[in-house]
Design a protein around this ligand. Structure first.
Ligand code: COA
Ligand code: MG
Length: 290
């Protein structure tokens, strides 16, 4: 299943967790990391476990963002939440795929303890939060069958490199962050998993978000992180093919089917060849039954 929207929900907020269920987000990402203070972490672990146990997941997955593996907080986070059988774990600040492999081992052990089908719990690394990770993004290919996708972060990367902002004066991401974004897309493609775009912090600006989603989808991202309920519908719609797009894809497929094996054809006065056919077939496959 393609995940379009992943809504962050602070793990210590019962109110927001209750509200999150009605947002239509494909995934609720209960946060135990940056959105929760150290003092409130024990409370958050309990609330997250209870929520996992009680939330109806027929139409919505529930994932948990744990603390980074190089902190003493990550294992207690996992031990606390695995009894709730989360659908996946978001892994912040990994250096490379060896962090995913380590988490994979932890999950295998805890799945045994909890009677969860081995390998059921997926992993989503936030692959660009520390500078050194950018040099090892190729490591994710083949690292674990649990790998659900790759996403990227601009806030922590800014802190890591000592940038006072990740934006240029005109509001667009500055060079380092555009690079991180592109590298995330390439690394996800290389690993054969979904590329999931980072969040848009400016949550009252709906037109800006629409433009961000359009651009992300055009580039090859198939989902996006979000921090506010109002962003969810915009993201879900933005990553859904329009009837016109599906019709056009079907026309490309039909044109090749009727072409007696020609490799290049014309459609509406434009050349189409193999890459267009591949793209059309992929679009139709991912949006089947939509
Ligand atoms: N999940 C669920 N509910 C949320 C929510 C979220 N991420 N963000 C806001 N809401 C709720 C609010 O509680 C409020 O509910 P109410 O109408 O019942 O009072 C409603 O949606 C409207 O919220 P609003 O007043 O517009 O925003 P806010 O000031 O309450 O919250 C943030 C703004 C940024 C603090 C909040 O969106 C948030 O906590 N986002 C997630 C932050 C996070 O997890 N960060 C870590 C990852 S980067
Ligand atoms: Mg962070």
């Amino acid at each position: 299943m393609t995940i379009k929207s992943l809504l962050f929900v602070p793990g210590d907020s019962e109110k927001k967790m209750a509200k999150a269920a009605s947002t239509g987000a494909d995934v609720l990402l209960l946060d135990l990391e940056d959105a929760v203070s150290h003092e409130r972490l024990p409370l958050a672990r309990d609330l997250v476990q209870q929520y996992l146990k009680s939330h109806d997941r027929a139409n919505q997955q529930v994932w948990v963002r744990i603390n980074p593996l190089n902190t003493p907080l990550s294992l207690p986070d996992l031990v606390a939440v695995m009894p709730g059988k989360p659908d996946g774990i978001m892994l912040p600040k990994p250096m490379n795929a060896s962090d995913v492999r380590q988490l994979d081992h932890f999950l295998s052990a805890l799945e045994q303890r909890e009677g969860i089908t081995p390998g059921r719990t997926r992993i989503l690394p936030v692959a660009t939060e520390v500078a050194g990770a950018l040099f090892q993004l190729n490591s994710y290919a083949g690292c674990s069958p649990r790998l659900a996708g790759l996403t990227w972060g601009a806030e922590d990367l800014a802190t890591d490199v000592g940038a006072t902002s990740n934006k240029k004066d005109n509001g667009e991401f500055d060079d380092v962050f555009v690079l991180a974004r592109s590298m995330c897309l390439l690394a996800a493609t290389h690993a054969g998993v979904q590329a999931i775009d980072t969040l848009t912090v400016d949550f009252r600006n709906h037109e800006g978000l629409q433009a961000d989603v359009r651009r992300a989808r055009r580039q090859g991202f198939s989902g996006k992180l979000t921090i506010h309920p109002d962003q969810v519908a915009i993201i879900n719609a933005g990553f859904t093919a329009t009837p016109e797009e599906l019709q056009h894809a079907q026309r490309i497929v039909d044109a090749f089917a009727q072409s007696d094996g020609a490799g290049a054809l014309q459609l509406d006065g434009k050349m189409i060849d193999k890459p267009h056919l591949t793209q059309a077939l992929r679009l139709l496959a991912t949006h089947k039954g939509q």
